[in-house]
Design a binder for this molecule. Structure first.
Ligand code: NAD
Ligand code: IPM
Ligand code: MG
Length: 356
């Protein structure tokens, strides 16, 4: 049966990179029998421009009806002065919450062809393959109360709430334990349990689950040390599980180990494994519309979509192999050092599609 894929290009470089992902999907449809229908809908600033909402109702309905969703990126300086409730980023947070996408898988893999492009020395990063499992629908991003209030002194105070329930911790921890079982069997839970009560509970719940996964070696690390260890000796990590804000920050940090943030895909999954797929990076307004953005994070997100939501692991392998081949051939977008052929967004997308 034909599978429905919803494309949400969003803002900035979003339409450019999703355009290249579409090219890859069309190559799979034409040459490898992928039976899919592609639809497109606005989100973020594009949603605001279209109907005054960063997550239009129609877009949400289409996302619910789709087998999988691919998102580019949202946001841009032209939207930064809008009221908070209608800013593009709220549209992204809303679709994650509405679809119950609590488990965000962010693999950071160094392609061997990009060894010299990593921020770290070859011997420290060669063969790097980390999976960051970020909790995505809780924590300080969603905690209530939140807002800006007037204090008795007359000055304003901005405030947010960091809260995690046992159930929220347990479901993301189980996802991470299961991922570790399929990988090297090591799970590091990252928190700030020396200061935060929410982290103390996080650590307790993760620890309580450990006996159910005897084949996984569990460790705990404070987030400040984890940031340092990621750039000191990243290969000590196999799977990292952490909260929403810590995971946001650590995944951008891990991106640089792989050569560029333009290389990091992600999958945001619900309880049943249905998902939204998106590159880890943002809308990159500084390079938008210039054919400079690296589309590989989005194309690799398509591979994750094929593997996790569309039951097409073989096609996922093909897409990842095609990415390896274009890097092997020396093609590089401006964000990637080295190589022999400078290409733009389109040139990179066409090269991957051609190898399919
Ligand atoms: N998932 C998302 O939609 C998402 C994620 C992060 C940031 N944002 C939004 O994006 C806007 C810009 O945020 P930012 O500048 O902090 O982060 P960003 O990730 O957009 O850009 C950071 C830097 O990385 C570069 N970069 C990012 N993606 C790239 C790619 N594919 N190829 C080459 N270079 C790339 C940019 O040019 C920029 O120099 C903001 O409005 C922010 O809220 C959205
Ligand atoms: C744009 C923003 C809401 C988003 C986040 O913080 O989750 C982004 O930084 C990400 O990493 O997906
Ligand atoms: Mg981020």
């Amino acid at each position: 049966m034909s599978q429905k894929i919803l494309l949400l290009p969003g803002d900035g470089i979003g339409p450019e990179i999703v355009g290249e992902a579409r090219r890859v999907l069309e190559a799979l449809r034409q040459h490898h029998g992928l039976d899919c229908e592609l639809e497109t809908a606005p989100i973020g600033g594009a949603g605001y421009d279209a109907v005054g909402q960063p997550l239009p109702e129609e877009t949400l309905a289409q996302a619910r009806a789709a087998d999988a969703v691919l998102l580019g990126a949202v946001g841009g300086p032209q939207y930064d002065t809008l009221p908070r409730e209608v800013r593009p980023e709220r549209g992204l947070l809303a679709i994650r919450a509405e679809l119950g996408l609590f488990g965000n898988l962010r693999p950071a893999i160094l392609y061997p062809q990009l060894a010299g492009a990593s921020a770290l020395r070859d011997e420290v990063v060669a063969g790097l393959d980390i999976l960051i499992v970020r909790e995505l629908t809780g924590g300080i991003y969603f905690g209530q109360p939140r807002g800006v209030r007037r204090l008795d002194s007359g000055e304003r105070q901005g405030y947010n709430t960091l809260a995690y329930s046992e159930a929220e911790i347990e479901r993301v921890a189980r996802l991470a334990f299961a991922a570790a079982q399929r990988r090297q069997g090591r799970l590091c839970s990252v928190d700030k349990a020396n200061v935060l009560e929410s982290s103390e509970l996080w650590r307790e719940v993760v620890e309580r689950l450990a006996p159910e996964y005897p084949d996984v070696e569990l460790s705990h690390m404070y987030v400040d040390n984890a940031a340092m260890q990621l750039v000191r000796a990243p290969k000590q990590f196999d799977v990292v599980v952490t909260g929403n804000l810590f995971g946001d920050i650590l995944s951008d940090c891990a991106a640089q180990l792989t050569g560029s943030i333009g290389m990091l895909p992600s999958a945001s999954l619900d309880e049943r494994g249905k998902g939204l797929y998106e590159p880890v990076h943002g809308s990159a307004p500084d390079i938008a519309g210039q054919d400079k953005a690296n589309p590989l994070a989005t194309i690799l997100s398509v591979a994750m979509m094929l593997r996790y939501s569309l039951g097409a692991a073989g096609l996922a392998d093909r897409v990842e192999a095609a990415v390896g081949q274009v890097l092997e051939a020396g093609l590089r977008t401006p964000d990637l050092q080295g190589g022999t052929h400078r290409v733009g967004t389109r040139g990179m997308g066409e090269a991957v599609a051609a190898r399919l």
